[in-house]
Design a protein around this ligand. Sequence first.
Ligand SMILES: [Zn+2]
Length: 264
Amino acid sequence: MAVAIGAHVDQTDPVAEAAARGASLVQFFLGDPQSYKGPVVTYADGAAALKARAEEQGVDLYVHAPYIINVATTNNRIRIPSRKLLQQHMDTAAEVGAKGLIVHGGHVNKDDDPAKGFDNWRKAIEATDIKIPLLIENTAGGDNAMARYLDRIAGVWEAISTAEGAENVGFCLDTCHAHAGGNPLETVVEDVRKITGRIDLVHCNDSRDEFDSGADRHANFGAGRIDPDLLTQVVRDAGAPVICETPGGAKEHTSDFAWLRDRL
Ligand SMILES: [Zn+2]
């Protein structure tokens, strides 16, 4: 089965990083994932040149938005800058010709009604000029997360379904986050698809921690706690491009790709 497999890489020359791994897709950050500073393109010749180079080499680019973005929160001082940062990343990701912008589901505060978070997601989708697919990713931790457990993912999806631009919102399924977040990998692809109707991208990662531990710590394939057959089954069932966000560089990623391809 010909599943496209790539990795999360440094953004300085993503096309070269793809070549070093024999990959047809790569993902990267546009700057510091923990900062509210706007996106930066460090590719020497700029965004348009990167887009042209990736097209010429047949490499699909994906951009991962900063981790600190939380458009669901009831805290204005986080939600408002988060929306602004999301739009900035959307604009720059579109400039580099990315196939998708991945953003975490975020969370509301401990005592908040999750419904407020769902509605904030709807407002964020309404407010964002979605130029390329926006892929909401499931997360591993937190008690009041928007995209850890299935019922919350369903709440987000129902809320955004009425928003203008919702047709350009997709889903990124992270296997480490699903496992550590407490969603059985045996059924997660089917369960998510029932809610979202789509899985656009898989973040394929092993997990250093136990099922439902809530810990977001990725591991190389076979080095973590996920049953290898289940990891492979998710990739096969999802039928979407795969990004490995596993530790290491080209060498480790290449061996993770081989591990996965052997089992597929
Ligand atoms: Zn991920």
